[in-house]
Design a binder for this molecule. Structure first.
Ligand SMILES: NC(=O)c1ccc[n+]([C@@H]2O[C@H](COP(=O)([O-])OP(=O)(O)OC[C@H]3O[C@@H](n4cnc5c(N)ncnc54)[C@H](OP(=O)(O)O)[C@@H]3O)[C@@H](O)[C@H]2O)c1
Length: 342
């Protein structure tokens, strides 16, 4: 429900790195945003505004932005609720947000979890759930401060789960685009979802198995090295075999970083050269970026390895496909997760 001045109202359940970047830019563009986050972050924003640094420069956002620490404290009715806690926290966050349920028209999640729309559909009338995917990069630097380090030509996609067109998906895509987050409404959101998962699983599996022993390294530092690119191509080809087994052909929805089409169509050596080319592009554009799984590992926080790798391992097993490198990285991640805090 828009407010009295006709503004769209959005609440973000789990305003950490990505949720604060998205909520902050939406508020800056005139959307009425409520961030539901942790007390230290909320208190810092209340004191000094939300600071966003990164690819669009520096912002301090105070207007159109409310902050609360519980869903019950979020005031009024919302056009959209965006779920952005880490996947491990989905159930507890939704449980704590029962009071919000009758006050939201449309719900969506931008998490990297293939089961997220099912989880939302069990929490609320499934007709209120739409699909959503983004590659936008946000990291919580400290209370009240997030960094926005990554985007792509089209950074977010929205769509009905049954593939029909809808005003609500188009309206949200327009709001994101107006906020500097170039977005599209599509009729194939499930394919975009699996393609994004393929991309994030390959980048995450690669990062956590290649870079974290040296804490200062970014994605670009490993992918520009031949052996790094070889490991990346091996992981990506295995993940692509599952994606294609589901009946999809790669489209590079998240160009220019996605090279899934090229890696799929090219022989191994050519794909390695293409991946080294991504590294050169990132270096030329001074792009220092990490996957959120790599960030979590560096911060000593549990990684979303179960949610991101297991669906591929399970699907591969169902389809009789062999993905040994992905399976090996999942094993390593499981050992590390055993010792990381929630
Ligand atoms: N970050 C990215 O660049 C990016 C890009 C695409 C997709 N994603 C996906 O987006 C999701 C969020 O990622 P993120 O990096 O933004 O995670 P994050 O920085 O950890 O943000 C999640 C925030 O939600 C808070 N939270 C957890 N439960 C809550 C509750 N019940 N009420 C209020 N706040 C709660 C967390 O606090 P605590 O830390 O104290 O638990 C944390 O501050 C993940 O599924 C990720 O895979 C991230």
């Amino acid at each position: 429900m828009t407010d009295q001045s006709g503004r769209m109202r959005v609440c973000i359940l789990g305003a950490g790195g990505l949720g604060s970047v998205i909520g902050g830019y939406l508020a800056h563009s005139g959307v009425d945003v409520t961030l539901i986050g942790r007390p230290t972050h909320v208190e810092a924003i209340r004191r000094n505004g939300l600071r966003i640094t990164g690819r669009l420069g520096e912002f301090r956002i105070c207007q159109n932005l409310s902050t609360v620490t519980t869903a019950d404290a979020a005031d009024g009715h919302f056009d959209y609720m965006i779920l952005l806690v880490k996947s491990k926290d989905t159930e507890s966050a939704l449980e704590g947000a029962v009071g919000l349920r009758p006050r939201v028209d449309t719900v969506l999640s931008l998490q990297n979890d293939p089961l997220r729309t099912d989880k939302l559909g069990r929490w609320i009338d499934p007709r209120k759930v739409i699909g959503a995917v983004t590659v936008e990069g946000g990291t919580l630097i400290g209370p009240g401060h997030v960094d926005n380090h990554l985007t792509s030509t089209t950074t977010a996609y929205f769509g009905e789960l049954d593939g029909t067109e809808s005003i609500r998906a188009k309206r949200l895509a327009t709001a994101f685009t107006n906020a500097g987050l170039n977005s599209a409404a599509v009729d194939n959101i499930m394919q975009v979802t699996w393609e994004k998962l393929t991309q994030v699983a390959s980048a995450s599996a690669w990062s956590i198995s290649t870079l974290p022993a040296i804490r200062t390294l970014y994605f670009v530092d490993g992918i520009k090295i031949r052996e790094g690119a070889e490991h990346f191509v091996q992981l990506t080809k295995e993940l692509l075999s599952v994606y294609k087994g589901l009946g999809y052909e790669p489209q590079n929805f998240f160009a220019p970083f996605s090279r899934l089409k090229e890696i799929d169509s090219m022989a191994f050596e050519d794909a390695v050269q293409s991946s080294i080319g991504v590294g050169a592009y990132m270096q030329a554009n001074s792009m220092q970026s990490r996957t959120s799984m790599h960030d979590d590992l560096l911060r000593g926080r549990k990684m979303e390895a179960e949610e991101i790798f297991l669906p591929f391992i399970d699907k591969a097993s169902e389809m009789g496909l062999s993905i040994p490198t992905v399976t090996a990285v999942h094993r390593v991640a499981t050992v590390l997760n055993h010792y990381l805090k929630n």
